[in-house]
Ligand binder design. Structure first.
Ligand code: FE2
Ligand code: FE2
Length: 163
């Protein structure tokens, strides 16, 4: 059985994952408008992935006899900067998500909840991956000098290729 404190922590994290999904959808919408379909497709896939993270936490709450309480999701921004700035925003956002996963893990550790720790370990590894992917894209966009040709190349051959 999940403790009340951990259940609250899981519910907060579910909200964060769904907000991430919403934020990346907003970014996808932005990239559609500026005619960068590869960036838009990458963001849509990322949005789907975030939703699946939320559902993975949801499942653990129910596997442990807890209760999911969905919280309000705030409105994401409607205006975004250049592609490099948007991807930098992704990286900053993922760093915040990492901090909140780590805090949730620390709570599970403090409470001696081994099952929750094991479940959250997957998220710890996933955050390493998320930050690596985003910072790799940031560095590659910087390499291209944040110029149109490089951005179009990245759109078609890098972001647009994401499976
Ligand atoms: Fe996530
Ligand atoms: Fe991921």
């Amino acid at each position: 059985m999940l403790s009340k404190a951990l259940q609250n922590g899981f519910n907060d994290q579910i909200q964060k994952e769904f907000y991430s999904s919403y934020l990346y959808l907003a970014m996808a919408a932005h990239f559609e408008t500026v005619n960068l379909p590869g960036f838009a497709s990458w963001m849509r896939k990322q949005a789907d992935e975030e939703r699946s993270h939320g559902m993975r936490l949801w499942q653990h709450v129910y596997d442990r006899g807890g209760k999911v309480e969905l919280k309000a999701i705030e409105q994401p921004p409607t205006a975004f900067g250049r592609p490099l700035e948007v991807i930098q925003q992704v990286l900053e956002h993922e760093r915040k998500v990492t901090a909140s996963i780590n805090a949730l893990y620390a709570l599970a550790l403090k409470e001696g909840d081994v099952a929750a720790q094991i479940h959250l370990q997957w998220f710890v590894s996933e955050q390493v991956e998320e930050e690596k992917n985003a910072s790799e894209l940031v560095e590659q966009l910087k390499m291209s000098g944040d110029q149109a040709f490089g951005t179009l190349f990245m759109d078609k051959h890098v972001l647009g290729q994401r499976k």
